[in-house]
Design a protein around this ligand. Structure first.
Ligand SMILES: Nc1ncnc2c1ncn2[C@@H]1O[C@H](COP(=O)(O)OP(=O)(O)OP(=O)(O)O)[C@@H](O)[C@H]1O
Ligand SMILES: [Mg+2]
Length: 129
C-alpha cells in the first residue's frame, strides 16, 4: 500500500494551467519535497493535496482511499495539513496611525523609526519626541 499518491494532477485557473500532469508517491515517514522556480506550481500542488483547490484532472489517494473530492475539513481530520509561506494572519498597526498615513506599520518598524528620530534629535541637541 502506498501511503500517499498523486496521480496526473492538473488544475487550470482560467487559461493558465498551473499544474499539469503531476504524479508522485510519498511513503510513510519519508521526507518528500517539491522544488521548482517561482510560479512553477509548488504551492498550488499543496493546495490541491490539502483540498483547498479542486483539481481539473487527476486523483489523490491516501492509504488506498480516494480523497480527490473529500472536503478540506475531512482532509484535516485524517491528518493532512499544510502550513503557509506567510503565516502572519493580522498585520499590526500603530493605534494612532491615520488611515491615510501609508501602509500598516509593524511594531519593529515603529520602534526603529522612533529610535532613528531620537538619534537625529540628540545629534541636533534636541530632546527626543
Ligand atoms: N488562485 C489562483 N488564481 C489564478 N492563478 C493562480 C492561482 N494560484 C496560483 N496561480 C498561478 O499558478 C501558477 C503557479 O503558482 P504557484 O503559486 O503554485 O507557484 P509556486 O511554485 O508556489 O511559486 P513560488 O516559488 O513563487 O512560491 C502561477 O502562474 C500563479 O500565478
Ligand atoms: Mg509558492
Amino acid at each position: 500500500m502506498t501511503f500517499f499518491r498523486a496521480e496526473n494532477l492538473a488544475i487550470n485557473f482560467g487559461g493558465i494551467r498551473a499544474v499539469d500532469d503531476v504524479s508522485f508517491t510519498v511513503e510513510k515517514g519519508e521526507v518528500f519535497t517539491i522544488i521548482g522556480p517561482n510560479g512553477a506550481g509548488k504551492t498550488t500542488i499543496f493546495n490541491l493535496v490539502s483540498r483547498i483547490y479542486d483539481p481539473t484532472a487527476g486523483r489523490l489517494i491516501f492509504e488506498d482511499h480516494d480523497i480527490t473530492i473529500t472536503p478540506p475539513h475531512r482532509i484535516a481530520e485524517i491528518g493532512i495539513a499544510r502550513t503557509f509561506q506567510n503565516n502572519r494572519a493580522v498585520r499590526a498597526r500603530h493605534p494612532t496611525a491615520e488611515p491615510t498615513a501609508g501602509p500598516p506599520c509593524e511594531p519593529e518598524v515603529e520602534l526603529l523609526q522612533r529610535a532613528a528620530v531620537s538619534a537625529v534629535g540628540s545629534a541636533h541637541g534636541n530632546r527626543a519626541p
